[in-house]
Design a binder for this molecule. Sequence first.
Ligand SMILES: NC(=O)C1=CN([C@@H]2O[C@H](COP(=O)(O)OP(=O)(O)OC[C@H]3O[C@@H](n4cnc5c(N)ncnc54)[C@H](O)[C@@H]3O)[C@@H](O)[C@H]2O)C=CC1
Ligand SMILES: CC(=O)C(=O)O
Ligand SMILES: [Mg+2]
Length: 441
Amino acid sequence: MSQIQFIRNLIIETPSKPGNFAKVASAIGELKGDIGDIQTIKVGTLSTIRDVSIQCTSEEQLDQIVAAINAIGDGIQVHAVTDDVLHAHEGGKIAMKSRVEVRSLGDLRRIYTPGVANVCKVIQNDPVQADYFTGISNTVAIVTDGTAILGLGNIGPVAGMPVMEGKAVLFDQFAGISGIPILLDTSDPDEVVETVKHIHQSFGGILLEDIGSPHCFEIEERLKAELDIPVMHDDQHGTAVVTLASALSACRQSGVELSQSVVGQIGLGAAGLAISRMFMAYGVKEMYGVDPNSEAADRLKQHGGTALDSVEEIMKTCDIVIATTGVQGLIKPEMVRQGQIILALSNPNAEIEPEAALEAGAAFAADGRQVNNILGFPGIFRGALNAHAKDITYPMLIAAALAILDSTKPGDLVPHPLDPTVHANVASAVERVANEEENTI
Ligand SMILES: NC(=O)C1=CN([C@@H]2O[C@H](COP(=O)(O)OP(=O)(O)OC[C@H]3O[C@@H](n4cnc5c(N)ncnc54)[C@H](O)[C@@H]3O)[C@@H](O)[C@H]2O)C=CC1
Ligand SMILES: CC(=O)C(=O)O
Ligand SMILES: [Mg+2]
């Protein structure tokens, strides 16, 4: 059974003596715990208390780490183990807040009745005014049916809500967009399309998220055709944009041309097919893919790629390998070829850990924490909304990928997701292309 990685925080006291915390760090490292943030909670004259975040793969490993720290002696001890991730989700991560305050009857009459009626009439007479006098044009629906939540599979929309709330937080912080999760209790394309069409007037755009394949393809195509607001399935195109940017970045650093490289895609679902299509659109001539589902493999062939029979074959044939299967550990270190570029993008666990791929000879390796559609979707929607775009087109997506590439610091594969310039650069590149295309309302 694959192991899900999880994060816990250890509250650790070390007597104030140089080297004590180093002992703690090596005890954690020896048991292969991955240390994250370290926060000093209290510095006393006799001891220091720190909150140390660690990533583990099992409860057993966590227990062993706690026991190993307590066994160091010299007064070093773990006081508590907390679950900060769960704690951060208490009450949910988002809430609807008003942008105005009601402090007086005057305020009440201005923002509600009777004053509001006049604003309603302004919009009735000229519906475009809704862009200025409501939040619609800055609000994006984050729509899921819960069928492909990260790599956790079909766990349902309610269990997927923490991911949707996470996307809303990122929309807000990186693009100033209000993201509203919409949880659908149907995956039937007719019902999904009808439902989204019936509610679309509340939104300036529609982000489809974690909707599994193949129904995601029909749903996105139909909504794009039938609605005149931007619609994008993030797992397809947000992921493809960021993957293209990271592959171009790795090629630039290795002095090779992406279009001349042999590229392999493992997993041809929502993300994998879109990545393959974008790489071919960019000029990659030799695009190979593998998927145990023959219909998924056929879809790659229909778009001009070549299906191979096994992961081993892809690993032997390709210079650049991308994996989006949701299967942890699918790529074995012995399959890695010297100098390969490996992007194992499944969340929450990669097909191969970047460290293992690099140790096995890869020139570049990254996982889904680094190469993540967070670098794409906030700026793509910001740009599309700014331009009042009716659609998100391929040229807009390629412009987003190039903006991510241009925002990457020398030596890095992709920009840091907390670097606000990358989101601003993606937004302006997308807005510029949308305006050039006259793809606007
Ligand atoms: N880093 C990022 O930004 C993103 C990562 N992902 C990750 O990609 C994974 C897949 O997501 P989706 O494409 O939305 O799901 P999906 O369910 O549409 O596609 C998964 C595909 O992998 C195939 N597959 C399963 N086992 C395989 C194997 N042993 N060999 C080859 N193919 C295999 C399935 O048949 C399916 O076609 C998830 O783990 C998700 O977290 C998805 C979107 C963004
Ligand atoms: C990042 C993301 O959208 C996914 O893993 O599904
Ligand atoms: Mg997703």
